[in-house]
Design a protein around this ligand. Structure first.
Ligand code: GLC
Ligand code: CA
Length: 538
């Protein structure tokens, strides 16, 4: 059997460049800062870093509004700093993934400036321009994810352009072959610089209904509407995203990636129907993976989590590889959203389930959501739709008890978002010294995962358990097998299995013989006595 690829075996760590490490005292994180922290990441035991956008940008959506796909924002450094980061990461066996934002550029991108300059400009068709309806109103009823209509009128030409997000984030027209060629070359540009993979932003929106039909009124509540505004939730988003042609486009992405060895794509796909979700693997010729966001809708509900594991495994096409997401730069911090003890138990599941996990920076030290006073709020979504702000999960990484938490030098006047006031106690330095800390838990789990094929390559089988418990077996031919059991309740529970506790939320238990007892919110990893003769899931 051949070794699985790095992105199957590995664990991805998401870095929000503005907030990881500031190297020059301007209060904003940067690439040199990230490079200076690579030892921490290698030591933590992750395999790849994914950088949220590092490109030149007016930063109206903090980099998800790109003004040049082929450079680095001066606030973050230079292409030379980028090359240095890749080189230093590779020296430490860390892969580097960047964010690819194909649905829209910034309105400050020279392409858009040209496109908007006149209706007959050669780049007009690189964006989505349409005449108004006869009454002068917008071409259809689509709304922006960030609130308000998805169309902006251009007084000069009288036409409207489409923006699925901010007015300053015009949608690119992927039906234009020149635009397509140019954007596929962007992938090559970064792979030539040594980039190992891409996280693809709002991937399924790249192609919409060619007739731009009105979305119908919502038939039911979409599980994803938990994070959207009421205006968004009022219609079914069947025409403004995921046109069936999208699968052809993803095959093109894939064939460009396949020009290089072992490159990888994982895409932001919001799709709750498992069959449709699975279709994005494109029979091994589409995306390497659509993100699995289902756990974000499950909280700590054991029944729902079991259901997700089983349904996702059943839906996976042959040869396709699963993945797990608990948090990212768009969601509330897990230590806040799920709860303090709850999120530790969930971390055990995240790092021991079958599939590639993504860790959001700071979750490994239990960073909690920061309350940002209105006058300091930065996120355009939160400023437009109250309550939707994402700043709270994007505050500076807490490295130490120092002023600005070691993120920025102490004489920096202020950081771009305030550092959480709990950083004096909760930070990498303090937690590194404490075997009971969350950081120690993550390190142990990552070590266990790396050392045992059952975790990074093996099969999974959900086990019968108490209704409050999620339990599964991980096994791999010729290797040790394990049972993971998590008590997702605030009362003690039991799970019977013979073997030794090798890890889990309570560091005092490993290594001891497992006695079946699970304290409230306790998760254990038990090595079962036998070597595994079974076959794998795939
Ligand atoms: C994705 C990103 C989010 C961004 C949006 C628009 O959802 O994760 O942060 O605001 O796309 O690009
Ligand atoms: Ca800086």
């Amino acid at each position: 059997m051949t070794e699985p690829l790095w992105w199957k075996r590995g664990v991805i760590y998401q870095i929000y460049p503005r907030s990881f490490q500031d190297s020059n005292g301007d209060g904003v994180g940067d690439l040199a800062g990230i490079t200076s922290r690579l030892d921490y990441l290698a030591d933590l035991g992750v395999d790849a870093i994914w950088l949220s956008p590092h490109y030149p940008s007016p930063q109206e959506d903090f980099g998800y509004d790109i003004a040049d796909y082929l450079d680095v924002d001066p606030e973050y450094g230079t292409l030379a700093d980028f090359d240095e980061l890749v080189m230093e990461a590779h020296k430490r066996d860390l892969r580097v993934m960047v964010d690819f934002v194909p649905n829209h550029s910034s309105s400050a991108h020279p392409w858009f400036i040209e496109s908007a300059s006149s209706a007959d400009n050669p780049k007009r068709d690189w964006y989505v321009w349409r005449d108004p309806k006869p009454d002068g109103s917008a071409p259809n009823n689509w709304v922006s994810v960030f609130g308000g209509p998805a169309w902006q009128k251009d007084d000069k030409s009288g036409q409207y352009y489409l923006h699925s997000f901010l007015v300053s984030q015009p949608d690119l027209n992927w039906r234009n072959p020149e635009l397509e060629r140019e954007m596929l070359d962007v992938l090559r540009f970064w792979m030539d610089r040594g980039v190992d993979g891409f996280r693809i932003d709002v991937a399924q929106r790249c192609l919409k209904d060619p007739l731009l039909r009105d979305n119908p009124p919502a038939a039911s509540i979409d599980p994803s509407s938990y994070k959207f505004n009421p205006e968004w939730a009022a219609t079914d988003h069947i025409y403004d995203s995921a046109d069936p042609d999208i699968h052809l486009l993803f095959r093109k992405f894939r064939s460009v990636l396949d020009e290089y060895p072992e490159r990888f794509s994982i895409a932001e796909i919001h799709e709750w129907d498992w069959k449709r979700w699975a279709s994005y693997f494109g029979d091994g010729q589409g995306l390497h993976m659509p993100f699995n966001f289902a756990p974000l809708t499950a909280g700590v509900d054991p029944g729902r989590l079991r259901e997700i594991i089983v349904a996702m495994e059943a839906a996976l096409p042959d040869g396709a590889w699963p993945n797990w997401v608990l948090g990212n730069h768009d969601e509330r911090r897990i230590a806040t959203r799920l709860g303090w003890e709850e999120s530790k138990a969930m971390a055990v599941l995240l790092l021991t389930l079958r599939g590639t996990p993504t860790i959001y920076y700071g979750d490994e030290i239990g960073m909690v959501e920061t309350d940002i006073p209105a006058e300091l709020q930065q996120d355009p979504y939160g400023r437009r739709v109250p309550g939707q702000g994402r700043d709270g999960c994007r505050t500076p990484m807490q490295w130490s008890a120092a002023t600005h938490a070691g993120f920025s030098s102490p004489d920096t006047p202020s950081t771009w978002l305030p550092v959480h006031s709990n950083h004096a106690d909760q930070n990498v330095d303090t937690e590194s010294k404490d075997p009971a800390s969350r950081l120690a838990l993550y390190r142990r789990l990552l070590q266990l995962r790396r050392a045992n094929p059952a975790f990074h390559s093996g099969s999974v089988e959900v086990l019968q358990s108490d209704s409050r418990v999620v339990a599964f077996r991980r096994s791999h031919p010729g290797a040790d097998s394990f049972v993971v059991a998590a008590n997702l309740s605030d009362t003690p529970a039991r799970h019977e299995v013979d073997g030794d506790v090798m890890g889990g939320t309570d560091h005092n238990r490993a290594p001891t013989t497992f006695n079946g007892h699970l304290s409230p919110w306790e998760a254990v990893v038990v090595k079962t006595s036998n070597l595994e003769p079974r076959t794998t899931n795939r």
